[in-house]
Design a protein around this ligand. Structure first.
Ligand code: HEC
Length: 145
């Protein structure tokens, strides 16, 4: 009886450890990395059914350095974008989120159809842009770098 209890106790511990390590891998490992990679691919190649431009057209080098608009106008990098949103957008006269801004660029700059909020593609773009700001302090309302 005693040894049965001990065996089932050990079994429970093994199952809990196995389950915990599996859910750790699922939550923080591959799926998140995959979402970042998908977002990066969309950022560089995605046209969203628009005019043929991609994010990379203006936000060069994956958005890691200051970008260029047609007419040689310099725009800020996206290096800290995820750390400064939500922010007040004077044109919209309201506070907007990172998703809102991504949609603004897809509609306004790519003339494309933005992915729905919460969709795999939208979350991938957010994952990629957030990965650029990894380790940067939150700076809500701060300036783009
Ligand atoms: C025609 C050029 C152009 C293209 C293409 C473009 N953007 Fe932008 N983007 C801008 C400009 C200009 C800004 C500066 C702010 C504004 O529009 O108010 C900006 C701002 C941003 C910001 C906010 C940066 C900050 O720190 O405030 C994000 C995020 C962003 N773009 C994402 C994207 C994504 C994702 C794509 C592709 C789906 C994209 N952009 C395509 C021109 C572009």
């Amino acid at each position: 009886m005693k040894s049965m209890k001990r065996i089932s106790g050990v079994f429970t511990v093994v199952v809990v450890v196995l389950f915990a390590s599996m859910s750790y891998a699922a939550g923080l490992g591959l799926p998140l990395e995959k979402s970042v990679a998908t977002g990066k691919a969309l950022f560089i190649h995605g046209t969203f059914g628009g005019n043929g431009s991609t994010c990379e057209t203006c936000h060069t080098s994956g958005g890691t350095v200051p970008g260029k608009m047609p007419g040689n106008i310099t725009i800020p990098s996206l290096a800290n974008a995820a750390a400064i949103y939500p922010r007040f957008n004077p044109r919209a006269k309201k506070v907007i989120t990172l998703e809102d801004q991504i949609r603004n660029c897809i509609v306004g700059a790519l003339h494309g159809k933005p992915p729905a909020y919460g969709s795999v593609r939208m979350n991938a773009l957010v994952s990629y842009i957030t990965s650029l700001a990894q380790g940067k302090p939150m700076d809500m309302g701060g300036k783009p770098q």
